[in-house]
Design a protein around this ligand. Structure first.
Ligand code: C5P
Length: 402
């Protein structure tokens, strides 16, 4: 708890977490103790409340608390707490614990609308999100002093639901698997300000990285997207096809599963003009050249046993038998790239592909399976892709008849 008027609702959060079977170690900032009593939490939680780095019965409480936690929930999280955490300043027990933990962190912000919308808070929240910190709320509603607006602490049951979801036991069926996932659309510079890009958002690739990590895999995500890195995923940010090529080439040999969900540019300007092309100099001629085909290169050079998944975005448009055309297209790509699985989608269909939160795909495998996955959110599609890759891997390691 940090010090906001909403701290009284943390009593309810604490009680519900204890009821749900959690071991709750309460930590209050000094300001929080002005709103709620330390004793209340000591009585309700699983161990006495702590309020200070100093004067405890143990010399370094923050490391025990941080290292021992499966989840750290900060409710309410004030603007000050959010700022200190984003800046890595550990001036009290709560911020020190936040820096000493590798567990997922869930923040439930609560503050006045003006503070929540202040550029400093907006930036700090963006920074924390990028680092994989989870948020619940804030909601709109009545604030301290009777004002109405955005910034109200999420309801205790919503905070507990979010905590429970983060603690849900994972399937762990990718435990020990070394995975590499690419995501986003590359940008190929024309000059210092312009680039050739594409409409890929990176949502599907990030969802796959997140799915693999939540099921136990060790995941490196090479991304050209600005989306936050999913929790527990190592992230390498790149911009161009050349940078993605270098990052993937460095990492691929060590990986058991490579999922190339990035929309890598097929062509790039042959030269990047230093500075900015001037309109007054007339219409420039931009000569393009081919980029390295990363997936095809991996397909040609990979070690036996590695599973290689490629994506194929097709704009089928209107016409007969779209499913068959998509399958033929995907199977062609499977052979051309020597991949094990191709995840194909028709980006011209409603709700499918680039920038949407939903997708519909057809997964084809090198051993002749096709798995159509109807329109679903990108998390569900990610789960289907991971399932298909694992099933393919187990068929390959124990072929029928052996
Ligand atoms: O050939 P096409 O671009 O349609 O193939 C798509 C698949 O190939 C995707 O998995 C994409 O990540 C990968 N790709 C690549 N390098 C490129 C172009 C595409 O790895 N230069």
């Amino acid at each position: 708890m940090s010090g906001g008027i909403a701290a009284y609702k943390a009593v309810e959060v604490c009680r519900r977490l204890v009821d749900a079977g959690a071991h709750v170690s309460p930590v209050l900032t000094r300001a929080a103790t002005r709103f709620v009593g330390e004793l209340t939490f000591s009585a309700l939680a699983s161990e006495p409340a702590r309020t200070s780095l100093w004067g405890n019965d143990e010399p370094i409480p923050h490391t025990r608390l941080g290292q021992g936690a499966d989840l750290v929930v900060v409710a309410p999280a004030t603007a000050r707490l959010i700022g200190a955490y984003a800046a890595g300043i550990s001036s009290d027990l709560l911020t020190a614990t936040l820096l000493a933990t590798r567990a997922p962190v869930l923040l439930a912000p609560a503050m006045h609308t003006e503070m929540w919308e202040h550029p400093a808070v907006v930036d700090n929240i963006a920074t924390l999100r990028r680092r994989g910190v989870h948020l619940v709320g804030p909601d709109a509603g009545r604030l301290a002093g009777g004002d109405l607006g955005y910034g109200r602490l999420a309801a205790p049951e919503a905070i507990v639901d979010a905590a429970t979801a983060l603690l849900a036991p994972s399937r762990n069926d990718t435990r020990g698997l070394q995975a590499l996932v690419t995501a986003g659309g590359t940008r190929e510079p024309i000059d210092a300000v312009r680039y050739i890009g594409n409409r890929s958002s990176g949502k599907q690739g990030h969802a796959i990285a997140s799915e693999l990590a939540s099921r136990g895999a060790d995941v490196l995500l090479v991304t050209a997207s600005e989306l936050p890195g999913p929790p527990g995923v190592e992230v390498e940010r790149v911009e161009t096809a050349a940078e993605m090529h270098a990052a993937v080439t460095r990492a691929a040999a060590e990986r058991d599963l490579v999922v190339m969900s990035a929309a890598v540019a097929d062509f790039r300007p042959k030269v990047t003009v230093a500075g900015k092309l001037k309109k007054a100099d007339g219409v420039p001629e931009v000569i393009l050249e081919q980029t390295p085909d990363i997936l095809a290169e991996l397909g040609a050079t990979r070690r036996p046993g590695q599973i290689l998944v490629g994506f194929a975005a097709e704009a089928l448009g209107p016409g007969a038998q779209p499913e068959e055309r998509l399958r033929e297209f995907a199977e062609g790509k499977l052979r051309a790239k020597r991949a094990d699985l191709i995840v194909a989608n028709d980006v011209s269909a409603p709700g499918v592909g680039f920038a949407h939160d939903t997708n519909a795909v057809l997964i084809v495998t090198a051993d002749g399976y096709h798995v159509p996955v109807p329109l679903a959110d990108k998390g569900a599609i990610a789960a289907a892709v991971v399932d298909a890759a694992l099933a393919y891997g187990s068929r390959r390691s124990s072929p029928p008849g052996r």
